[in-house]
Structures are given as structure tokens and as C-alpha cells.
Design a binder for this molecule. Sequence first.
Ligand code: SAH
Ligand code: SF4
Ligand code: F3S
Length: 441
Amino acid sequence: MIYKQKLYLKTFGCQMNVNDSEYIIGQLVKLGYSTTEDIFKSNLILLNTCCVRAKVEQKIYSLIGKIKGIKESNPDVILGICGCMAQKEKENIFTRAPYVDFIFSPSQINNLEEIVSIIKCAKKKYISCENTPEFSLDHLPIKRRSKISAWIQIMRGCNNYCSYCVVPYTRGPEQSRGVSEILSEVNNLAKNKYREIFLLGQNVNSYGNDLSQSVTFSKLLELLNDINGIERIRFTTSHPKDFSFDLIETIKNCHKVCNHIHLPIQSASSKILKIMNRKYDIDYYKNIIKEIRDNIDNISITTDVMVGFPGETEDDFLDTLRAFKEIEFDEAYTFIYSNRENAVASLLPDQVPLELKKERLGKLIDLQKEISAKINKKLEGKTFEVLVDKKSKKHIENQFSGRTETNKTVVFISKQDLLGQLVEVKIIKSSSWTLYGELIE
Ligand code: SAH
Ligand code: SF4
Ligand code: F3S
């Protein structure tokens, strides 16, 4: 019997990590592996990890603990830990779980083939966590999850050092990918009938700052906008401090660049923003929102926010609630502040008790739910162009879902398979998170 190489890969964290996993699978498929959802049927287990909040890290350590039994009952199983937690924890993982075989950092995904062959031949523990001097994904095999929308990493790392955040320590300093490499990848995607590209970076607005070639994020968007076949261009994440008027003009003028901006606010108290080292105050943030809305029609704006940052008083939290009422984001990703030992905020006094953090989070979620519902209600009766990207998860017959240009999910029924097509849908019902519509034939 041929011994089948089976990979079980579990991914935690952001889109960047999910995209890294697409590269991991691409390379391992080339080495003869196929993927399995059943951990017990695998002979290579890989956890692509995140550590942005303590809870996810605890969850991963507990999963590593559970895998010990699998390793004991089948010593041929290889266990690797990669991603941000691997970079942060390094040898600590071997100390806590000596049965882990190898560890590698996000910047080492290019070397996976080599890493796996070293592990298989040498049969000893291996760790590879150096940052590479350049950021290139050129010719790296990839197995994308979608045939319609593709993630493209345009830069990695972060130089911002927000005082709560572990990412600059896990993903290293900002490194932009060369323009020609990005353009060639997107041209290839267009040839392969991809309709949408989603540009990824911790802070896409500072794209190009580290390249010798003089190119800005706006310029990159203009170049991508000219590629035939690609219909939609999205990007995340933008840092408010780098959100230039030039970029607003580009979004307005490049018709493929979608009318959706994700602009993390984090807090609306200028006092807290200062301690967070966000490098803007609330007036500056509100002014960008105003400029965006004054210049781009029908723009949707989403945000990230956290409650319970050290020293956040009731008044600071009320500032956030008030700003949310005033700004009216389309959607918000809400988090409870989590102490990360690498980040300087963990040393700050006045840590907010967990119960209070939970109470604040609940209030903010309730408010945002109301706002999102109100915004979506206004869309009822209107017709939008929708890029169909999924068949119903709930197995409802003929149900499809797609996204508006403003990144809202629209669910509708169609007897025809419309995956990958741009269609017109009239909205008939809405909730805080979803629009329900009728296909205009
Ligand atoms: N580069 C992006 C986001 C990176 S992490 C940016 O600057 O916006 C995604 C989100 O996780 C952040 O926007 C922040 O809201 C949240 N986050 C980061 N560190 C956190 C921490 N220590 N505790 C709670 N939430 C955190
Ligand atoms: Fe973290 Fe701030 Fe960098 Fe975003 S900009 S990754 S929140 S340090
Ligand atoms: Fe997590 Fe790393 Fe992304 S810490 S959020 S996987 S950049």
C-alpha cells in the first residue's frame, strides 16, 4: 500500500495568516501531501498560529497539549508550529511541549520545502525564526481557497509599535513587495479569471516607503486598476495617521477600487489614543472620516475598537460610545484589551478589571448592532451590484451570497449557478450583518 502523506493544517488569526496557509498548502501539495480535516488521519500536523490576544494563545497551547496523545500513539506524526505565536514564543514552545518537532516564523514560509525535508531526514528538533532581508513570494506555489477573490500580500510587518500590540514583534519591520512582482501576480490572477483582489498589509498606506523605487500605495492602486479582467480591488488595513488626501482621490478616481474603507479607531478618547501610541487624536480621526465622506459617494466605513485599555475611565469609554453614535460605522470589530507581555502597555498601571471590560464591550456591541441595522435598513428597496462568491453555507437550495462594493453580504436565491459573476440584486430585507435580496434577471 502506498503511504499517503496527509496534512492537517489549522489556521488562527487574520487574513494575512490565512493567506500564509494558502502558501503552506501550495508547497506541501507540491511535496506530495493532500489535506485532511481529520487530525487523526494526518501524518503532518501544522498549526499556523496567532497571538494578538492572550485568549487565542491559550487556546493554541491547549490544542498543542491535546495533540500530545496523537504523537504518543503514532510516533510517525510530525508536529510543526508556525505563524505569529511561533515567532513570539520560539523555544518556549519546545519547553512547554517537547514533542513539537519544528517551529518556523511567518517570514520562513518560503523555506517550507527545505524545513520539511530537514525534519524528515535529520529527525531532530528544528527552529527557523530569522527574518529574511527581502519580502518576496515570487513563484511560491499557492493553493488559494477561492477561485473568485484572491488575497495579495503587498507588505508585511509593522513599524508603528502601538503600545498594546504584539504584531511588530511577530511580523518584524515593514517590508514592501516589489511592484513588478505584485503586478505580475495580479495579471496572472486575471488570466485565471479571478474577479477580485484583496490587498493585505498591516498598514497598507505606508506601502513603498522602504522600496528604492519611488512608489506609493495610491500609485500601486492606479497600476492595479488598469489590469483587465480584475473587477474589484479591496485593501486592508489602513492606519489613520497615513490616510492621505491623495489616497482619497485615488479611491474616488479608480473605479475598480471598492467604496469601503476599514479604518481602525481603537478608542475615541484622545488621552487613551496618546498612550496607545496611535499618533492621532480623535479630532484628526473625525476629520479624515469627514474628508472621506465629503469626497467619495456611498462609501462604507468599518473599524476596529478595543475597550478596557489600561487607564480607560468611564469618561474615556463614554467618549468612544459618543463617537460611535456620531460617526455611525457600517460595522465594527470590537475587542477586549488583552495584555501582551512584549507590548509596553502591559507595564501600565490601572489595568481595567475583566468584568468592567466585558460590560463595556457589551454596551459597545449593542450600540453598533443598532447602528448597523439602521444603516442597512436604509438600503432596503435599493439595487446593488453583487459579486457572487459563495453558495449557501446553510445548504438552502439555490441560495447564493455575495458582496456589494461596500463589502456588505447579500443573500439571494438563483436557479442558475452564478458563482464568480457580477449580478444586480434588489434588497428586500436587512439585519445588522446581512442584506437579503432578489436577483434582477
Ligand atoms: N494592523 C492593523 C490591525 C492588526 S491587529 C491595524 O493597525 O489596525 C487587529 C486588531 O486587533 C487591531 O486593530 C486591534 O483592534 C486588535 N488588537 C491588537 N492588539 C490587541 C490587544 N493587545 N488586545 C486587544 N485587541 C488587540
Ligand atoms: Fe499593531 Fe498598531 Fe501595527 Fe496595527 S499599526 S499591527 S495595531 S502596531
Ligand atoms: Fe494574529 Fe499575527 Fe495576524 S498575531 S492577527 S496572525 S499578524
